[in-house]
Design a binder for this molecule. Sequence first.
Ligand code: 13P
Length: 342
Amino acid sequence: MDTQKLINTAQMLVALDKGLLAMDESNPTIKKRFAQYGIPLTEETRRSYRELIITAPELSKYISGVILFDETIRQQKKDGTPFIKVIEEAGIIPGIKVDAGAKDMAGFPKEKITEGLDGLRERLTEYSQMGARFAKWRAVIVIDKGVPSPSCIEANAHALARYAALCQEAGLVPIVEPEVLMDGEHTLEQCSEVTEQVLQTVFHQLFAQRVILEGLLLKPNMVVAGVNCPKQPTVDEVAYTTVKCLLHTVPAAVPGIMFLSGGQSSELATAHLNAMNKTFKTQAPWALAFSFARAIQQPALEIWNGEEANTTAAQKALILRAMCNQAARQGKYNDNMEKLVI
Ligand code: 13P
């Protein structure tokens, strides 16, 4: 195993206050995103939307890596140039989602277990040959009455660790994503308690599977209250509680925390990241960065609306979000940035 190569890739992904753009929606997920705006779902609409993203001018000033879906990594621009070549030539590192989705966990109503370990070694070899240098696996944890169970947390953490070990063997940096969902009425404190338990278990399993901490990136949820919780915390409370939870659980050897946005509005996700960096950037042992899908793409998708004529305007909206999130990594984001004309 080339440990130094893994460490270099992980460090490049967090360097220069950049972050990741997740554009790895599975077909059922992108169907939901397109349906919000009545955009028809065909292989061609998915292809042209992804072409819009990867050809956005100067994307690489703000984005270090993009996470692709299996269909996307094999696609080309309209002029026939492979997407992977476009991404590499822009100076962006290509990554790939490799899990097979979160499925109902047998015997545990309401809970999910992520599948995809069978044949993973061979798939990782193929993706590596195609040019991918990092991979992503998402585990899903639900908060509800009596849920999550220790068994669900344990099973998902074990799968994440086995995936991470296989990635490192193949020379790919694993993005380890245990997502505690924000659906529900739970409080900030409940989210914090569950997230802490999940991360403790994940790092225990990563250790047990001999995963090199310097050669992985963590993609956790921010610690927030459930969307239906009547008492919503302030931006500073979310920032403080999230960093405290991570300090309790994430070893200092991990190079970066790449938050998911999880359904927060674009502006709020950026504001939370900004507040964390403003107060903790110099003290935290790891980079506090981003790996957003919706919080970067949503405004662009809405403007694009499936129409080629809207491509340039949509790309500008995408770049604005990427730029705001880079500023948030520096603790320099403010509301006025939202009005910038690109
Ligand atoms: P969101 O930022 O939309 O939560 O997506 C991140 C992601 O990649 C989920 O796996």
